[in-house]
Design a binder for this molecule. Structure first.
Ligand SMILES: [Zn+2]
Ligand SMILES: [Zn+2]
Length: 170
């Protein structure tokens, strides 16, 4: 399943006409290792579609849920997003412009637009909390859960070895 096409036959060629439509559907394979849009959760948002001389002007917002992994502690968490949209769909897009193509049959495919606007909003380094402490370099434990019990005391069996290291350092 992907995003539903939006029928704009009633708008094409009628500058000044407008209507609102909801985004419906899902997107596949949108995201990075640490931040992605789940393929089984719907994308939403309300769009205002306005017929202009050049084509169809789309404004509004894309909304959904991001599945994130904390860049420090790797914990998985979710975050809702709402990204503003202001894009133009034209029947013959100029390759040098950022416009999107409008299907000659009068259907507007919002998928590429959604991929682009959500793609640039994906956090490069998501954090579960702004002050996440991350993982312990010694034991790999989550430092947000408190002190690591595992290596608070050094295993007595290593005491002798440690003394040896200290001596050889000097
Ligand atoms: Zn974290
Ligand atoms: Zn530790």
């Amino acid at each position: 399943m992907t995003l539903d096409l939006i029928d704009v036959r009633d708008l094409v060629g009628h500058p000044g006409a407008s209507k609102t439509e909801s985004l419906r559907g899902t997107v596949e394979a949108l995201g990075t290792e640490l931040a992605r849009v789940p393929e089984d959760l719907p994308i939403g948002g309300l769009l205002l579609l306005e017929s202009v001389v050049e084509g169809i002007l789309v404004s509004g917002a894309v909304e959904g849920v991001l599945q994130l992994h904390c860049a420090r502690c790797l914990k998985e968490f979710e975050q809702v997003f709402s990204v503003p949209i202001y894009e133009l769909f034209v029947s013959e897009p100029d390759p040098d412009a950022d416009d999107y193509p409008l299907d000659p049959d009068g259907e507007l495919d919002p998928e590429q637009m959604v991929r682009d606007v959500v793609g640039v909003e994906l956090p490069f380094s998501p954090l579960c909390e702004p002050d996440c402490l991350g993982l312990c370099a010694t034991c790999g434990g989550d430092k947000n859960l408190g002190a690591c019990p595992g290596h608070q005391q050094i295993d007595p069996r290593w005491d002798g070895l440690e003394q040896l290291f200290k001596q050889t350092e000097h």
